[in-house]
Design a protein around this ligand. Sequence first.
Ligand code: CTP
Length: 398
Amino acid sequence: MLAGKKIVLGVTGGIAAYKAVDLASRLKKSGAEVRVVMTEAAAAFVRPLTFRTITGNPVHLRQFEEPRVWNVEHVALAEQADLVVVAPATAQTIACLALGLAPDLLATMLLAARSPILVAPAMNTAMYLHPATQEHLATLRARGVVLVGPEAGTLACGAEGPGRMSEPAEIAAAAERLLAGGGPLAGRQALVTAGGTRERLDPVRYIGNFSSGKMGYAVAESLAAAGATVTLVSAPTALAPPAGVRLLEAESALAMREAVLSCWETSEIVVMAAAVADYRPAAPATGKIRKTGGDFTLTLTENPDILAELGRRKQGQILVGFAAETGDGHARGLEKLRRKNADFLVLNDVTRPGAGFGADTNIVSFLYPDGQARELPLLSKREVAARITEEIIRLLPQ
Ligand code: CTP
């Protein structure tokens, strides 16, 4: 899969550095030419000789030591790489990359890199959850750096929570996907919305819904795996965006509309999986609303229907809508599909066991403008997403 590809593997100082040995071996076995750049802290965990033996190449460690050609060589390495993988990536290296700092050889090389960069964070849970780290990761994500993991579990320090580096097999698979560049949707731009919007009443309250975002995130992941360049416009969720997907955050229906319209014209595939609130408070209070001892009436005003708006503007894009219905929603779904001018609609009855909000599975039907329907069995949301991707590939003009 990776024959002829030049991969620079950056290894930083965490206990997961030992897993980077397995990763280096996997990349090498897939045919890649692997060059390892280690930080000094990484060399305290794993000896450079191990990587040298596995990769058959010298290991690069210090910036200003022998060989003296290094100053030039690190730039050359960065320039020639088809992919740079940093695994494990400590909070420190992530911060350097986000801020553009270059205190060591690896950070310098990362700044000079022109290739895609894949980062597998690994650190203590508290460090991972620290707002500084989260902001740096968001910066990297917005720049198109592909993040793999971290996973949740028991960490070496004994803590429970997110921070464990993803398994080498998963990181290697992400590297292969990134470098394959092929896939049936290669070169196609896709836009996916996900999650439930929040409509503010005042600075501390909002009207929301039970959407978890899982379905939309799975669609974004599936389209990316098929080679599409994916922008995910997401309302607040508890999910990490899939590797390689550009994330635009949008809290409310109005913000989501704005984000969607900002990238709608360049998108050939649009999947509207978000649960967009139909109404928002007509006049959100600037200060906290106080109780008065009596009833409280809130006036709501209708939100724009984003899908319908795109349906009106559609010029050859494949537009996919969702409909969450209670009870048999076939007729309502079909009416919605036609009214909003979508190419197909994913209908789910959120009251059925195994379907709907928060679940990892879903039971859906695909509805088409000519009235045809295709019922799918109970599937994981990831499998439903794969079926949606297949359907999009079938409908796309070649
Ligand atoms: N949708 C949208 N903008 C809205 C409301 C819905 O883009 N303001 C999109 C959703 O993302 C979904 C589809 O429209 O793809 C159907 O959403 P749903 O809430 O089921 O439909 P509504 O038009 O709100 O119909 P109703 O409230 O009558 O069920």
